[in-house]
Design a protein around this ligand. Structure first.
Ligand code: SF4
Length: 344
């Protein structure tokens, strides 16, 4: 980085004038800042806004969230995806309520909580308590690899420490604002494909800008391999027009959420009837296909419709269509439900 001494000052002057308004920027409450950081992992700012406001209206404090029923909390997260985030968050908040009474301002204690990694620790400690911790996310990898024209492979596990050290060399007294400013610069100016270098407030410090290597940074060599899993989803309707649902195991992917019965793609209908302990009629050809992507895998869901006059077996239940709102469904299942409502 060129002219390192004035970098933080220039970045903060720009941030003070240009920062976007966000509801979590209007508070220093560590619980709310922590919540916003959890929501912002893997989710866009514009999507998070309304979820954040509804969530803090219902669960305004550590105590209200700690005491809440997990199913209700999941309902407030419905549609945001990556549900392990909110389950870990509630577990951690419960631990905070029992052990500390309020969010600890000790970085080591905070890092030991469930679901808290170095990035969340850095963001909460710096923004809520103004402690000089780095908060290195994808934006900061990108900005710093460009500022230093640094060809370190950001996919390597060691890259985080490498970039945290770089941040620590320039972090000023206003640590929280500085971390937010870096993220803001990465999100609005130093973007992955179309960085606006000519208008960048720190272009005089930027070595990649000078060298003409901006679009070659950051370097990310490791390719993510995605797995594709195909399932059969059964929309089973009884003589009252109700739909059969079941709850996923409490742990693992989408733990505790509700869904239509789902089976391996090659499971024969006779075996499905045996698992459900029910006779199915009008088994049609495939009715619809829905795809849904997670971080490392894609689901392809082939949906079949069938009717039954049997009672549901253990672990299954029928619900009327207007009762769906009382249960938390993952996005993939809500897509199936909407399609069914449109075409039935
Ligand atoms: Fe990013 Fe361009 Fe600014 Fe360098 S000059 S920090 S590459 S926007």
């Amino acid at each position: 980085m060129k002219e390192r001494e004035t970098f933080a000052e220039n970045l903060l002057s720009w941030f003070d004038v240009n920062k976007r308004e966000m509801p979590w920027r209007e508070t220093k409450d560590p619980y709310k800042i922590w919540l916003s950081e959890v929501m912002l992992q893997q989710t866009q700012v514009n999507t998070v806004r309304s979820y954040y406001l509804k969530f803090i209206e219902r669960f305004p404090t550590i105590e209200t969230l700690a005491e809440a029923d997990e199913d209700e909390v999941l309902k407030y997260w419905e549609g945001l995806g990556y549900y392990s985030r909110v389950r870990n968050f509630q577990s951690a908040v419960r631990e905070v309520a029992e052990t500390y009474g309020s969010v600890p301002d000790d970085g080591e204690q905070f890092l030991a909580l469930k679901g808290v990694g170095p990035y969340t620790r850095g963001a909460v400690m710096s923004i809520a308590f103004n402690q000089p911790y780095p908060a290195v996310d994808g934006n900061v990898f990108r900005v710093f690899s460009r500022l230093d024209d640094d060809a370190t492979d950001t996919a390597k596990p060691s890259a985080r420490k490498h970039f945290e050290n770089k941040v620590m060399q320039v972090i000023p007294e206003r640590a929280g604002d500085f971390n937010e400013a870096l993220m803001e610069l990465g999100a609005t100016v130093c973007t992955p494909r179309n960085p606006i270098c000519m208008l960048c407030p720190v272009n005089m410090h930027c070595e990649a800008f000078e060298a003409g290597t901006v679009l070659e940074r950051p370097v990310k060599i490791k390719k993510m391999t995605r797995k594709e899993l195909r399932y059969k989803v059964m929309l089973i309707i009884n003589d009252k027009g109700e739909l059969l649902i079941t709850q996923r195991p409490k742990t693992g992917l989408l733990g505790g959420m509700w869904q239509f019965p789902m089976f391996d793609e090659d499971m024969p209908m006779e075996d499905i009837e045996a698992v459900l302990d029910m006779k199915l009629m009008d088994k049609k050809e495939k009715f619809h296909t829905v795809t849904h992507g997670f971080t490392h895998l894609d689901w392809i869901l082939d949906v079949y419709i069938a009717r039954t006059t049997d009672q549901p077996g253990h672990d299954f239940q029928f619900i009327a269509e207007n009762e769906k709102e009382n249960y938390t469904f993952p996005v993939s299942m809500s897509k199936i439900f909407s399609h069914y409502q449109q075409v039935k």
